[in-house]
Ligand binder design. Structure first.
Ligand SMILES: [Zn+2]
Length: 200
């Protein structure tokens, strides 16, 4: 099942980032082929943050171990929580190295909403203790919109946990899945991914 957002002209971007724009440089009518070009922030749609996004010494996308992005994933539903903390998930056994948080975030793909669920720094430490290496959210960030210090991003960096943002989880339920979500091989701070899951 596809859990990626569709990239299209008009999809919401993080305020201040370059919007997604696809256009044809050449058309079939003009020269026999359609050749498109894309302009966008790498943080558009469903994407993987590289540590370089929040750490000048951090790894870039092309340096990441992509084997970590082909593994078991656990989807946890936290549908009515502003800041997800350890106490919210303590009753749930963590059974996979990838944990995806499904929140109540409205899936208005074409309108950026500043209010969305975030994760607590303590939760990152807890997930690290449970051998989680990747977390994913269906929101634009694991940190609050107005929090430029990015404490949760930095907590993930310290814990060696990678971050996936803007997943499309509205059609999947809590449970254990096989997951694949691979970035393009780019020397960069982030990359869109095509994320899919299959129920196990
Ligand atoms: Zn990002």
């Amino acid at each position: 099942m596809d859990i990626s957002q569709e990239l299209h002209n008009g999809i919401a971007n993080w305020p201040g980032d370059t919007p997604f724009k696809y256009q044809l440089d050449t058309t079939i009518d003009e020269s026999g082929v359609n050749v498109g070009r894309v302009e966008a922030s790498f943080h558009i749609g469903t994407h993987l943050d590289a540590p370089y996004h929040y750490d000048n010494d951090g790894l870039k996308i092309h340096e990441l171990d992509i084997n970590k992005l082909i593994d078991r994933a656990q989807i946890i539903e936290c549908l009515d929580i502003d800041c997800i903390t350890v106490s919210d998930i303590e009753g749930i056994e963590i059974e996979a190295p990838i944990v995806l948080f499904k929140t109540r975030y409205t899936k208005q793909l074409d309108a950026f909403t500043e209010s969305f669920s975030i994760l607590s720094e303590g939760l990152i430490d807890y997930l690290k203790q449970h051998n989680v290496g990747i977390i994913g959210v269906d929101t634009p960030s694991v940190d609050a919109y107005e929090d430029d210090a990015l404490p949760v991003h930095h907590a993930c960096n310290r814990a060696n946990i990678l971050i996936i943002e803007n997943l499309e989880l509205s059609k999947v339920r809590a449970g254990i899945y096989d997951f694949i979500g691979l970035p393009i091989k780019v020397i960069g701070d982030a990359s869109p991914i095509r994320a899919v899951v299959k129920r196990v």
